[in-house]
Design a protein around this ligand. Structure first.
Ligand code: PMP
Length: 398
């Protein structure tokens, strides 16, 4: 059998990492890979995580399975983080959470759940999006189509086109929305725009699947949850996939959650029973270490406060770098062209750089980013910002 199988090309980002590692340019900058980096270019373990792990080492008494829904303490702590302390949805017992191996695992649970219960539904995904969205729905055999998101001429959010596309979606279909920090563009919807999206979802009886992978990286932990909370309060049914990879820096521990909001407790219990079955068929039980860390942090007042300050620090660093980027390009007459970078949110930025400019940045300056012009903002720092901007000015003919 093995002889007949097709050799697949490596993920383009992996190719980028390899090329970066082999580059001997001492000034090289990696803006490709999708992890947070500090001023020194490291992705350190958060202090709150280290302290929680130290506690767990002494407290943990068993390694037995934690059950298909995962750790109940994790669920108990995560739900208010996502919906807010005074959520009606929680008070009315309409939400259920199933722990998953990362946001990706949560998306896979969502995809399996849709396939099992409504295989005729199409999932509508923003163009562009995180490429794995397509792969996940392909893997379970669900049809997907795209809706407009960006005006490629101006490199801005194209809200009228987005709204027009959403209005064309057949009743009952699933719409995948990024709650905040849209990957790859960094363009988020305003409060008013979310209200308009809500009206279209209501009108078309559409089912939102909200990908919430960057809570705390945009404006703040509560601010970033505004769209999730709005849709959960206003619609009878909502699905949410949450990830703790970025905001807890727990990438490799694989911790996330699938959350469903139903119209009442009876429907919620039905969905919950389905999720247990879907999880069992995939991996039986989720890994326990990540959820134990998150639950320990959120349940401890001291660690919770420390963690919130660490999230603030990561977000502030990114947002400061965004401002500094535009300031540094001002002497080259490029402030207006790249003004969007200061307006975008999250780790990623559609810079508006064209593939040939990206290629030249890599070849002549050792600056690596995805060919679409997506930059990881956390990939540069105050020291190499002047070099980065000089290089960008050069490839833009300034
Ligand atoms: N959704 C989006 C939009 C993402 O960018 C990512 C991570 N790159 C994920 C989901 C999945 O994250 P995780 O590492 O938790 O699986």
């Amino acid at each position: 059998m093995f002889t007949q199988v097709e050799l697949l090309p490596a993920d383009p980002i992996l190719g980028l990492i390899e090329a970066f590692n082999q580059d001997t340019n001492p000034s090289k900058i990696d803006l490709g890979v999708g992890v947070y980096r500090d001023e020194l270019g490291n992705t350190p373990i958060l202090k709150s995580v280290r302290e929680a792990e130290a506690l767990l080492l002494t407290r943990e008494t068993t390694k037995k399975y934690i059950g298909s829904h995962g750790d109940p303490l994790f669920s108990q702590q995560m739900l208010p983080l996502v919906f807010g302390e005074n959520s009606n949805v929680l008070a009315e017992k309409r939400a259920t959470l199933t722990q998953a191996p990362g946001g990706t695992g949560a998306l896979r649970l969502a995809a399996d759940f849709i396939k099992r219960n409504s295989p005729e539904k199409t999932v509508w995904i923003s163009n562009p999006t995180w490429p794995n969205h397509f792969a996940i729905f392909d893997a379970v055999g669900i049809q997907h189509k795209t809706y407009a998101y960006v005006d490629s001429d101006t490199n801005r959010l194209d809200f009228p086109a987005l709204l027009a596309d959403l209005k064309q979606i057949p009743q009952g279909d699933v719409v995948l929305l990024h709650a905040c920090c849209h990957n790859p563009t960094g363009f988020d919807l305003s409060k008013e725009q979310w209200q308009e999206v809500l009206a279209v979802l209501k009108e078309g009886k559409l089912l939102p699947l909200i990908d919430f992978a960057y809570q705390g990286f945009g404006e703040g932990l509560d601010e970033d949850a505004a769209a999730v909370r709005l849709l959960a309060e206003e619609l009878p049914e909502v699905m949410i996939t949450s990830s703790c990879s970025k905001n807890f820096g727990l990438y490799r521990e694989r911790i996330g959650a699938f959350i469903a909001v139903a119209k009442d407790t009876t429907d919620m219990e039905k969905v919950r029973s389905q999720m247990a079955s879907v999880a069992r068929a995939n991996y039986s039980n989720p890994p326990a270490h990540g959820s134990a860390i998150v639950a320990t942090i959120l349940a401890s007042q001291e660690l919770n406060t420390l963690w919130r300050s660490e999230v603030d620090e990561m977000r502030n660093r990114i947002n400061t770098l965004r401002q500094q980027f535009v300031v540094a390009l001002t002497p080259y007459g490029l402030a207006e062209k790249f003004a969007c970078v200061a307006e975008q949110r999250g780790m990623f930025s559609y810079s508006g750089l064209k593939p040939n400019e990206v290629a030249q940045l890599q070849k002549d300056f050792g600056i690596y980013m995805v060919s679409t012009g997506r930059m990881n903002i956390a990939g540069y720092n105050e020291q190499n910002l002047p070099y980065l901007c000089e290089a960008i000015a050069s490839v833009c003919g300034k």
